[in-house]
Design a protein around this ligand. Structure first.
Ligand code: ADP
Ligand code: ZN
Length: 511
């Protein structure tokens, strides 16, 4: 300050000598003072910016939080998602909605708000959510259910609120909540208050969008059955899309996506790799491609060869075996005959249309048949109910006929078949016990006769299933064979196999 005063006094003396008036001198010196202050201030600011900020764990965490929920533009598109064609097709409508919301608003169409992807881990649920954001250029807000689980009441709910507020500011936007079961699990008497509040907040937010706000919430879970029903109601997560482990064709495509930019040896047969990776998820396959590349570097090679792929597959299989997730070749064969048995009995009896047969594990089942009802039905005749039991027991019958023994794989089928037979006897009056019902309270007294009726229905239907398959063994073999090769068959492919087998038989008979 002293220094400044000295400069000002010197300037004043200089000006006085030059003959300036007092007022002129005053304004010139004030301008000089302001200039000096301004430069000192800028210098000080610059100096402060150069100094490192004190590291404080709390502020660091806050920064991370912000980074996670900051809107990102996703760079993933559908091309990077191999296979899953049906799912992509189903999602086209959502994509169109995000791109042209006015079209839907004009029609007064209800806005889709929530989609739920469910299925085993590593199958591309997160990837798909990112791809939807990428395809629509919507802002992407990823989060994980566990981020909202907190000890202190209200913290989780506040985080949900903040997430939605941010998404609403950046529309169109996609909120992706992975492991949604962490906050959306069924509420019970002893559930905790904090979790309930968080779930309630999520429901409030989902109900609270305005029609002009394009915010889509995508949830992902491995366990749909764990979710609270309130979350699944119309207007919330009302679209459920199953994403299972890939079949052999999809595995080939996934491997192609993940080896596209890698120098692969000409001898490597991707189709063969796909065949050898039954039961693996997309994440496992991406991991194999990456492991093989790392091994090639370690082995000082210019290209990734078959030996690197073999080693990488072994490594992943070893990891999987520990978790009991990989199915042996023998089991795969049994499952193929089991599912072929269901499908063939279904075809012969012309029950519901079969839309897909698969030997890929789904939940606890090692394979499955998806039936699409021919029409909405509210009544069922005795014969139709028996047909349902025959189809259910067709799986075990297929195993019995071809493998000569039965396996534990029919547990769920037996449960369902017994349930139908029980209803026939006790609720619908469709047994030798006549047109009457047996109330559960009264059942204790007549357990034996009811049980023997149930047994008779089930045994009769099992014999029928066996006889049907026995008379059509050639179909059973060809369906099981194709199933073993392709791992899943569509309705059209199933029809094609039946036709081809039929013409094979006719030509043999002719010669
Ligand atoms: P999820 O969310 O179902 O657990 P992710 O979407 O996180 O699985 O998938 C993990 C990784 O596996 C992806 O980043 C991708 O590399 C790979 N992946 C999974 N499915 C596919 C697929 N259909 N096409 C290409 N890559 C896939
Ligand atoms: Zn079955």
């Amino acid at each position: 300050m002293l220094c400044l005063n000295a400069i000002v006094t010197l300037v004043m003396i200089g000006l006085y000598r030059e003959g300036f008036s007092y007022l002129q001198m005053r304004s010139i010196t004030m301008a000089i003072q302001i200039l000096i202050f301004a430069s000192l201030f800028t210098y000080y600011r610059r100096l402060k910016n150069l100094q490192p900020e004190p590291v404080n764990i709390k502020t660091e965490n806050k920064k991370d939080d912000k980074k996670e929920t900051q809107p990102n533009k996703s760079l993933v598109n559908f091309e990077q998602v191999a296979g899953l064609e049906e799912v992509k097709e189903e999602l086209q409508e959502i994509i169109d909605f995000i791109k042209n919301p006015e079209k839907y608003h004009k029609m007064g169409a209800r806005v889709p708000k929530g989609i739920l992807f469910y299925g085993p881990p590593g199958t591309g649920k997160t990837l798909l959510a990112k791809a939807i954001a990428g395809e629509t250029e919507a802002s992407f807000f990823p989060a994980s259910g566990s981020e909202f689980v907190e000890k202190y009441v209200g913290v989780g709910a506040k985080r949900v609120r903040t997430l939605f507020e941010k998404a609403k500011k950046e529309t169109p936007s996609i909120i992706f909540i992975d492991e949604i079961d962490a906050i959306g699990a069924k509420r019970t008497i002893d559930s905790n208050n904090e979790k309930d509040q968080t779930l309630n907040q999520l429901l409030i937010e989902m109900d609270g969008f305005h029609t002009d706000q394009t915010v889509i919430v995508i949830g992902a879970t491995n366990r749909l059955d764990l979710l609270d029903e309130a979350l699944l109601r119309p207007g919330r997560f009302d679209r459920h899309i199953y994403i299972g482990n890939p079949d052999v064709r999809t595995r080939e495509e996934i491997l192609k996506v993940h080896t596209k930019d890698k120098p692969i040896d000409k001898m490597v047969d991707i189709r063969n790799l796909a065949k050898r990776t039954h039961g693996m998820s997309g994440a496992h396959l991406a991991n194999i491609a990456n492991e093989a590349a790392i091994l090639a570097v370690r082995n000082n090679k210019n290209t990734i060869g078959i030996s690197e792929f073999n080693e990488a597959i072994e490594k992943v299989i070893a990891g999987l075996k520990r978790k009991n997730a990989v199915i042996s070749e023998k089991e795969k064969r049994i499952v193929a005959y089991h599912e072929a048995g269901h499908a063939l009995v279904g075809k012969i009896l012309n029950t519901d249309c079969i839309s897909k047969v698969s030997i890929l594990p789904r939940g606890e089942a090692l394979g499955y048949v998806i039936h699409a009802p021919n029409e909405d039905k509210y009544l069922a005749t005795t014969e139709e109910l028996k047909n349902r039991i025959r189809v259910l027991l067709g799986g075990r019958a297929g195993e019995q006929l071809v493998c000569g023994e039965i396996s534990t794989g029919a547990r769920d089928d037996l449960k369902k078949a017994t349930e139908i037979a029980y209803q026939m006897v006790c609720e619908y009056g469709m047994s030798n016990l006549g047109n009457r019902v047996f109330e559960p309270a009264f059942l204790k007294n007549c357990y034996e006769i009811v049980d023997s009726e149930i047994k008779q229905i089930i045994e009769e239907c099992y014999e029928d299933a066996l006889a049907l398959l026995k008379a059509n063994m050639h179909f059973l073999f060809s369906i099981a064979h194709e199933l073993h090769e392709k791992e899943s068959l569509t309705a059209e492919e199933l029809d094609q196999i039946m036709q081809n087998t039929q013409s094979d038989i006719s030509s043999h008979v002719g010669t």
